[in-house]
Design a protein around this ligand. Structure first.
Ligand code: SAM
Length: 277
């Protein structure tokens, strides 16, 4: 039996595909924890089997978190509780931040054991600027909400990183191109696994590539920051305005396009009214 860990909460990152990416420190903490809070015990059981460890597991996921959190936090007074997700870093598009918040509020030690994270791995493959990036997680599934979420960050001078599924990839790339303009991007897939790849191109070319051939596996999309845009042509502004008008009232559409292209809002509002008429 390994020596016990000090009581508290241990946030343990696990592999996103390649089991060799589990760090020795993560393996050590999992082996010594009194219990491991898991999203899916079948997934974590495989990881524990890989390192030859058997520890009690307790479910902690979106559907039971509210009810089990107080009990888990109470246990941290005398036990070392490790938190893992099915893959990657807990709390990153995964449950956990409220557990950290409540553990700290209760005065327990909170320790992080960092490791794999799909968003960061994707950034390292994309070949796009990494000095400033904005992680968007999963965009809303419905078209209008998705376009609105993209429009909200159109002016942000940072590389964008988002999680997506194969069946929705082409639609998301199409909306990204329509709302952001045809920026450079990378579709990274199956990171750390046998079929890992990073396909680069403009958003529109990537959308065309995947429209009739939705890719399999897990995906992270990385989009370049807005460039030093050449002055927008009237046709560009009209196209952006027409797209924005499918989602927004004229005043908001004009505001969005004015911000994106650095154009006069009033003139665009007048043009939007003309287009609507
Ligand atoms: N906590 C995880 C992390 O640290 O990356 C993310 C969990 S989130 C529920 C799952 C999403 O992450 C997938 O739908 C996919 O977009 C992305 N992802 C996870 N593993 C991946 C991999 N090996 N390759 C590409 N994307 C991956």
């Amino acid at each position: 039996m390994n020596a016990p860990l000090a009581p508290g909460l241990y946030i343990v990152a696990t592999p996103i595909g390649n089991l060799g990416d589990l760090s020795p420190r993560a393996a050590d903490v999992l082996a010594r924890a009194d219990a491991i809070a898991v999203e899916d015990s079948r997934v974590t059981a495989k990881l524990l089997h890989h390192i030859g460890v058997r520890r009690p597991m307790t479910p902690y996921h979106d559907h039971n978190a509210e009810s089990v959190r107080p009990g888990l936090v109470a246990r941290m007074a005398s036990e070392a509780i490790a938190l893992v997700s099915d893959a990657g870093t807990p709390l990153i598009s995964d449950p956990g931040y409220k557990l950290v918040r409540d553990a700290r509020a209760a005065g327990h030690a909170v320790v992080t054991i960092p490791g794999p994270c799909a968003a960061i791995a994707a950034l390292t493959l994309a070949g796009l600027p990494t000095d400033r990036f904005l992680f968007l997680g999963f965009l809303p599934p419905k078209e209008k909400a998705r376009a609105d979420a993209i429009a909200e960050v159109a002016g942000v001078r940072a590389t964008l990183v988002l999680y997506e599924s194969g069946p929705r990839l082409a639609a998301t790339l199409t909306t990204l191109a329509a709302v952001l303009g045809d920026r450079e991007a990378a579709v990274t897939r199956e990171l750390t696994k046998k079929f890992e790849e990073a396909v680069t191109g403009t958003l529109a070319s990537l959308a065309a590539r995947y429209t009739d051939a939705p890719p399999k596996g897990e995906i992270v999309v990385v989009v370049a920051p807005p460039g030093e845009a050449p002055p927008a042509s009237a046709a560009d502004a009209d196209a952006a305005l027409a797209e924005a008008l499918t989602r927004l009232p004229a005043s908001k559409a004009a505001g969005e396009v004015a911000k994106r292209f650095g154009l006069d809002r009033k003139a665009l509002y007048a043009r939007a009214l003309e287009m609507k008429a």
